[in-house]
Design a protein around this ligand. Structure first.
Ligand code: FE2
Length: 396
């Protein structure tokens, strides 16, 4: 049902943009000589491109399906910018045609060419920029006394989104950045995959790279809403949560990487001086449900005289975590919007959409993530390794 609704919306948008494209091209100065002749070819190519993401979502598992997914993501990334420019062109042309009655405004149809080239340039920039992770630093203090551990350097990463559009070079760069700060602890806040394992080419290259991350107290992770196997169409799951399971291949991959995955579990690190609590994702637990322990049940068994760090995929339930003894919460999921204007929109839907924010008396840290969801593009946001220097005790 969900798949049918998304498919209908998608078809309507594609037809709408195709019609606007024709309208704008007809205003082009060269329309009479070139535009008319290429109309059929143009519509044919556009139609093929528009169908590829549909095949990627709905075909059964095969290498052709994964190719369609990968190419479809690229096309959708370009399509976002392209459709925005086509709509903008149409508004400009319509506006000028009201002001000027002569044919001069038709020259504005040239804007289509400019818009097309601009969309190509922005997409190309986004592709390159998405492969360039940077380090973002924060400092926090937790007002609890510890005996020997006065400082803790945490490297927080998330949203690797390993899938059809992944490049192992980005994973290697990320590992280099993490190791360059010599962290005491590495935390991975989920979405290691993008809802499939089969689409990742040469997974052993990724596990080999990820296994080289080094931290004094180890590499801990939680699973995200995309660490399950399910079909996505234009970014949305087209099957119910009851069909979303984490596969044994995914779990084997985590083992090969040396990750300690926390499924609603508490562990003590730094010679037992600090508590680390890892939550199951609240949207997709990985077992065909959304079931997980609530904050109270999870934290009721920890020694709350010790600093309590919580690792969770989605930046939610900060209040409940604060009320039940958490001192700092580490999350991902938002990608900081990934592509502008996403970064301007997400603060309306999240208490903390990105960065370090004091909420309900505790520190909440949301990383922009390393990878990308859907289009392998970042524009207006950065791929990020987040480094949090924590000090403990009142005197710091
Ligand atoms: Fe994500």
């Amino acid at each position: 049902m969900l798949g049918k609704i998304f498919l209908l919306l998608y078809v309507l948008v594609q037809i709408g943009v195709s019609v606007l494209t024709e309208y704008v091209i007809q205003k082009n100065r060269f329309y009479k000589t070139i535009g008319k002749k290429t109309r059929i070819l143009r519509i044919f190519i556009y139609g093929i491109l528009a169908v590829i993401p549909v095949l990627g979502a709905f075909l059964p598992k095969s290498s052709f399906k994964y190719w369609c997914m990968g190419f479809g993501n690229l096309w959708l990334g370009f399509f976002m910018f392209y459709s925005a420019f086509v709509v903008f062109d149409t508004i400009i042309i319509l506006g000028f045609s009201k002001i000027r009655k002569d044919k001069e405004w038709r020259a504005l149809g040239q804007a289509f060419n400019v818009a097309f080239v601009l969309a190509v340039i922005i997409s190309a920039y986004g592709l390159i920029h998405a492969q360039d992770p940077r380090i973002v630093n924060y400092e926090i203090n937790i007002d609890k006394e510890t005996k020997n551990t006065k400082e803790l350097k945490v490297a927080l990463i998330a949203d690797l989104h390993l899938s059809v559009n992944s490049d192992v070079k980005l994973t290697r760069k990320m590992v280099e950045k993490v190791n360059s700060v010599n962290p005491d602890l590495v935390l991975i806040a989920g979405d290691i995959f993008t809802s499939n394992y089969g689409g990742l080419r040469n997974p052993e290259k990724y596990s080999d790279a990820l296994s080289k991350m080094k931290a004094r107290y180890g590499v801990y992770a939680v699973s995200g809403n995309h660490d399950v196997d399910e079909n996505l169409f234009i970014g949305f799951a087209i099957s119910p949560v009851s069909d979303a399971f984490r596969t044994s291949e995914m779990e084997q991959f985590f083992d090969d990487c040396g990750f300690k995955i926390l499924y609603d579990e508490n562990v003590e690190i730094a010679d037992g001086e600090i508590v680390l609590s890892g939550r199951v994702d609240g949207e997709k637990a990985g077992d065909g449900t959304s079931n997980r322990m609530d904050a109270k049940a999870l934290l009721s068994t920890v020694d709350q005289t010790k600093p309590v760090l919580v690792l969770e995929h989605e930046p939610v339930e900060f209040k409940a975590l604060a009320e039940n003894g958490a001192d700092a919460v580490f999350c991902g999921h938002t990608h900081n919007g990934q592509i502008v204007p996403g970064n301007l929109i997400i603060p309306f839907f999240n208490e903390n959409a990105y960065g370090l924010k004091k909420l309900h008396g505790i520190d909440t840290i949301v990383t922009a993530g390393v990878g990308y969801y859907g289009p392998p593009i970042r524009v207006g946001t950065d791929s990020e390794v987040t480094v949090v220097d924590i000090t403990f005790g009142k005197d710091n």
